[in-house]
Design a protein around this ligand. Structure first.
Ligand SMILES: Cc1cc2nc3c(=O)[nH]c(=O)nc-3n(C[C@H](O)[C@H](O)[C@H](O)COP(=O)(O)OP(=O)(O)OC[C@H]3O[C@@H](n4cnc5c(N)ncnc54)[C@H](O)[C@@H]3O)c2cc1C
Length: 400
């Protein structure tokens, strides 16, 4: 099977429709809300935008048709998610924002029929939100998931979870958390982890604080969560006991790529803002667009955007073909996270003082994209994995 970079006419039409929806509907809401949605008012805007996305036929395109979506594979998601990502509110409007989109992907593949009915169906419909709770404060799980310290101990009829999680995006207002807890082995020795579906009204789970961060858009904030003698029934186990690390990969590979797609949309928007500015701004008797050093930044942005798109598609193609054990997701994630930062930074530079002002969105975009070099695996963790795989392949005389 060879890699085909063309999309079907149906996908191209959906991209077009998404693009029109974002420009005509979502960008207006963006101006009114400054892209930050909080509390009941935020929930009202979310429902309104999602209803508009349903009306426009662009809602939740990634989930299966039985859940109201279009069952797009990873390659088809790439241009659609990029088009949605053109606005900070676009992914929320289409119900393809993190962490819900990644959770839907995993629930579709791993959850039982009963769990899909209770947790996936309303999530896919936008009736509820969810969160994914893996990371812990040091010395717990972070870039090294094997350091996992939250435990789940077997009790009669269920499990008792104890531990602390932090940076859990979307936790405030989520109807449930997917919590990763250790069910065998010791921290640092890998062992086994299990994923649990924990309802928000469980008295053993509480949000202890909102963490203040550089970024503001991801809905529901980034929270610290305490699991204290949190009892869940056996039916709360997602998939099989002790297979949580494996399931995390089912979620994380595609979730890393969908994050890349959405942030590539923001990079494209930043470049469009800069292009409009350099074409109108006159300095030293010429248009900024005609000056060599400005042209270098414009060209570098085009190169980064094109390369990011190609790397995403390559990794998505491998995910669709279920080709395992390659570096394509790590390569794409590392490159795109750094490329979108460069594109937004160059765009801001091209706009001068206007770029750092709150009058246009570039300074905001810069704050939003910076954490992407840390979550979904920091660049250094991915480079480490890429290098190890390349060196091993060379030792074995194969390709990485
Ligand atoms: C905005 C945001 C949202 C998040 N949302 C979620 C969420 O919803 N759910 C969730 O579970 N987690 C979430 N996270 C947590 C995120 O997944 C972790 O921050 C990430 O895995 C890194 O872990 P850590 O912060 O503990 O960093 P650490 O593990 O302490 O790593 C610190 C630094 O060490 C360096 N490093 C790591 N590995 C290597 C290596 N092999 N070689 C050399 N240097 C290395 C890197 O520079 C890294 O940044 C979020 C984080 C952020 C910032």
């Amino acid at each position: 099977m060879t890699l085909n970079l063309n999309h079907s006419p149906e996908v191209n039409e959906l991209v077009q429709r998404t693009d029109t929806f974002i420009r005509d509907v979502v960008i207006k809401a963006e101006e009114a809300t400054k892209s930050v949605l909080n509390g009941a008012k935020g929930e009202a805007v979310r429902f309104e935008l999602q209803q508009a996305a349903k009306d426009a036929g662009v809602f939740a395109p990634h989930v299966g048709v039985e859940y109201g979506g279009k069952g797009l594979d990873m390659c088809a998601r790439a241009p659609v998610f990029e088009a949605a990502g053109y606005s900070l509110l676009g992914p929320l409007a289409l119900n393809i924002a993190a962490p819900d989109e990644g959770n839907m992907h995993m629930l579709e593949r791993i959850a039982s029929e009963e769990q899909q009915e209770k947790y996936l169906k309303p999530l896919a419909a936008g009736e509820i939100r969810s969160c994914f709770a893996m990371t812990e404060p040091a010395p717990g799980a972070g870039s090294d998931p094997g350091a996992l310290r939250t435990t789940a101990e077997k009790v009669a009829g269920g499990w008792r979870i104890n531990g602390r999680k932090w940076f859990i995006t979307g936790a405030d207002g989520a109807a449930y958390a997917i919590c990763m807890a250790r069910t065998s082995g010791e921290p640092g020795g890998r062992g086994g982890a299990t994923m649990f579906l924990v309802d928000a009204d469980n008295p053993g789970m509480s949000i202890t604080r909102h963490i203040e961060t550089l970024d503001e858009t991801l809905y529901g904030g980034h929270c610290e969560i305490d699991f204290s003698n949190c009892e869940v029934p056996d039916s709360a186990v997602l998939g099989e006991v002790d297979r949580g690390f494996e399931y995390a990969q089912v979620r994380l590979g595609p979730a890393r790529m969908t994050h890349c797609m959405r942030w590539l949309g923001i990079a494209k928007r930043a470049q469009d803002i800069a292009l409009s500015r350099v074409n109108e701004r006159q300095v030293f008797g010429s248009r900024l667009a005609d000056l060599g050093m400005a042209q270098k930044m414009i060209a570098d942005n085009e190169i980064d955007i094109a390369a990011a798109r190609a790397l995403i598609l390559h990794a998505c193609w491998e995910l669709d073909q279920e080709i395992a054990g390659t570096s394509s997701v790590s390569i794409a994630k590392t490159f795109v996270a750094e490329a979108v930062w460069r594109v937004v930074d160059n765009s801001l530079q091209l706009c001068g003082s206007l770029g750092v002002s709150g009058d246009i969105l570039l300074s905001r975009f810069l704050r939003e994209v910076r954490p992407f070099r840390i979550y979904d695996g920091p660049s250094e963790t991915h480079r480490w994995a890429i290098a190890k795989r390349a060196a091993k392949a060379a030792r074995q005389g194969g390709e990485s």
